[in-house]
Design a protein around this ligand. Structure first.
Ligand code: FAD
Length: 403
């Protein structure tokens, strides 16, 4: 798949917009991190710039970006404020995959995507639970069929954790265990408006990393929704082939956020190395071999990580990676890039040395913020099992699982 001049122009335009936002957010990132506060003003700015509609087609009111644009922009945004980039990513990957499914002539998706863009609505939520962690195919949140005043609907009950952007979500995407019309057990994905009675946010977020994401708990207590809220169903269990679209958007974009954190750490460390000169020496520490070897490892990791993300996104856009067996390739992008990002930040800390742990420098924030990358689905353990089994020709669902 080759890049056209129109795509290059669009990416350049989107990156310029993102750079302006990121540079502004960087001025407040430390304050929000210290105070564990949610940067409402950043999200106002993202909406104002229509960044929240980046992957929605222009004819529906979005910025018309594709998955490669999203990756490039999210990498840049995270250099300014990783928390804002990660939080908005939960919305962007969801509407990106929705907009793509919409291109497959899904009228509800098209209506929803257009409204999201025009109203600047935010979608987020509602996959992770304390009971299941990242095993999203086994939700304990229940949706039970229940009609009200002759209207078909569902009663929802459960509790979700890690609900990024909780203070400003307009629609919660809530993953449930439910039944289809024939009474068979299925996973049901609901889109639930914030004002629905029974929806409540419990403020639990006080963490070491990504502190300004306000990823609180979402409590769903007898929340009744009409049947139209059910926007998707699939078989219970691990990711099926329908997950390729969601995982392509999620893995490539979330990996780009953590890559952006690594780039931020790299830039700070190089600036430090070029200006720090111990009195014993005539030149700054950038002239020391150890620092140069750190820099070499950083560059190699960054180039490799970016290449695997962009190659995966390019293949997806070119119509590839649609088979069940391709999940291993999709997940590999996140596995390679988030782990590389951790190593890059460690190397950058090695260059800066002890001053890197001071609160007054952003280095310690990069060091903390990069850590959760491997924890997002699929985690390192699950990704390695999937990739290893795929390499050896063993289906993920093979029983017994080991031995
Ligand atoms: C900053 C941040 C923001 C987030 N925002 C959101 C959000 O907006 N919405 C949302 O839904 N989620 C969100 N998440 C949740 C995240 O994407 C994961 O779902 C969550 O971190 C997984 O929880 P856990 O670590 O308890 O994982 P678990 O899946 O319980 O994993 C714990 C350990 O057990 C291992 N393990 C678990 N299951 C298996 C298995 N089947 N096979 C082998 N090993 C296994 C894992 O590898 C890991 O070592 C966010 C997370 C973070 C850190």
């Amino acid at each position: 798949m080759t890049t056209t001049a129109t795509e290059t122009d669009r990416r350049q335009r989107l990156l310029e917009l993102t750079a302006t936002l990121a540079d502004d957010f960087a001025t407040r990132a430390d304050e929000h991190d210290r105070e564990n506060s949610f940067p409402f003003e950043n999200f106002d700015a993202l909406k104002q710039a229509n960044y929240t509609s980046l992957p929605i087609p222009e004819e529906l009111g979005g910025l018309g970006g594709d998955l490669l644009d999203l990756c490039a922009c999210q990498e840049r945004l995270a250099q300014g404020d990783a928390s804002t980039a990660l939080a908005v990513n939960m919305h962007l990957f969801a509407i990106g995959s929705m907009a793509e499914q919409m291109a497959m002539a899904n009228p509800t998706g098209m209506l929803m995507a257009g409204m999201m863009a025009q109203q600047r609505w935010i979608i987020g939520g509602g996959f992770t639970e304390a009971e299941i962690g990242g095993n999203w195919g086994f939700p304990t949140t229940k949706a039970v069929r229940e009609d009200r005043d002759g209207i078909a609907g569902f009663m929802l009950n459960g509790r979700k954790t890690f609900t990024s952007m909780a203070p400003i979500i307009d629609f919660f995407a809530i993953n449930t265990s439910t039944t289809d019309e024939d009474g068979n057990a299925v996973i049901g994905m609901f889109t639930v408006p914030r004002a629905t009675p029974g929806i409540e946010i419990i403020e639990t977020w006080d963490t070491m990393s990504m502190r300004a994401t306000a990823s609180h708990d979402l409590v769903i207590n007898d929340a009744w929704v009409p049947a139209a809220s059910l926007v998707g169903m699939r078989q219970p269990g691990d990711a099926d082939v329908g997950a390729n679209i969601i995982l392509s958007w999620f893995c490539c974009s979330v990996a780009s956020v953590y890559l952006g954190v690594a780039v931020g750490a790299r830039d700070f460390a190089y600036q430090w190395a070029k200006t720090r000169r111990p009195v014993l020496f005539e030149r700054p520490i950038s002239h020391f071999p150890g620092v140069q070897f750190h820099a070499a490892d950083i560059e190699v990791e960054l180039v490799a990580a970016r290449a695997v993300i962009r190659q995966t996104a390019r293949e997806w856009l070119g119509g590839g990676l649609r088979e069940r067996d391709d999940l291993a390739r999709i997940v590999m992008a996140k596995y390679v890039a988030t782990n590389a990002a951790v190593r890059v930040v460690d190397e950058a800390m090695g260059i800066v040395g002890a001053p890197g742990i001071f609160r007054r420098h952003p280095m310690q924030r990069f060091y903390r913020d990069v850590r959760p990358g491997p924890f997002h689905p699929m985690t390192n353990d699950v990704a390695r099992e999937l990739i290893g089994k795929a390499a050896l020709g063993i289906p993920m669902e093979f029983e017994p699982r080991w031995g």
